[in-house]
Ligand binder design. Structure first.
Ligand code: HEC
Length: 159
């Protein structure tokens, strides 16, 4: 007669815990690998960054579809309303997007700004933009949105 659990129980718990820990480590490693693949860090940015993805996304891009998406996704709530103190307004992007993050072109910069907003912040703003558009948007959708954003010339209230 004893109160101790049968030894097998303790052993199987250790095996399960070991497997769970191992799975967690593998998962973390895979996650790090995926992230370092899809999000080039600042130091790796060059003129080729995103070039292929952007060219593909812009094939058949339609700025009108992009405009619909911007309102459906409520980008307008931050970027087309208010005085621009919390989020930069889209007005003028067509003129200065190519200068925001050299050597990225305007299109490449916008692509990064939408999909990986944490990589480079517009000066004077915080990291307040949702960072899940990479999961929510197709590459084609991003192309439509870029085409729409490039219709915003400076000093206009609406494209
Ligand atoms: C909750 C508010 C918010 C929403 C919603 C939001 N953004 Fe932003 N966005 C920001 C802020 C704040 C910044 C500046 C910080 C940074 O660079 O990430 C920014 C930066 C940007 C920039 C860079 C602008 C520049 O002047 O260089 C682009 C482009 C952009 N957002 C596009 C979008 C698009 C497209 C959507 C919708 C799919 C969107 N944003 C949704 C807050 C928002």
């Amino acid at each position: 007669m004893t109160d101790k659990p049968p030894p097998a129980r303790g052993a199987s718990f250790r095996v399960v815990a070991g497997i769970a820990l191992l799975a967690l480590i593998v998962f973390a490693a895979v996650l790090v690998a995926i992230m370092s693949n899809s999000e080039p860090g600042s130091s790796e940015i060059n003129a080729e960054s995103y070039a292929e993805e952007v060219a593909a996304a812009l094939t058949n891009a339609d700025s009108e579809v992009g405009g619909d998406l911007v309102y459906e996704l409520e980008c307008n709530l931050c970027h087309l309303q208010g005085d621009g103190s919390l989020s930069p307004l889209f007005f003028g992007l067509a003129d200065f997007a190519s200068e925001r993050r050299t050597p990225l072109s305007a299109e490449q910069y916008l692509y990064e700004a939408i999909l990986y907003p944490g990589l480079h912040l517009v000066e004077g703003y915080t990291n307040a933009m949702p960072n899940n558009y990479a999961e929510r948007l197709s590459q084609q959708d991003v192309g439509h949105i870029i085409a729409y954003l490039l219709t915003f010339a400076a000093e206009e209230s609406d494209p």
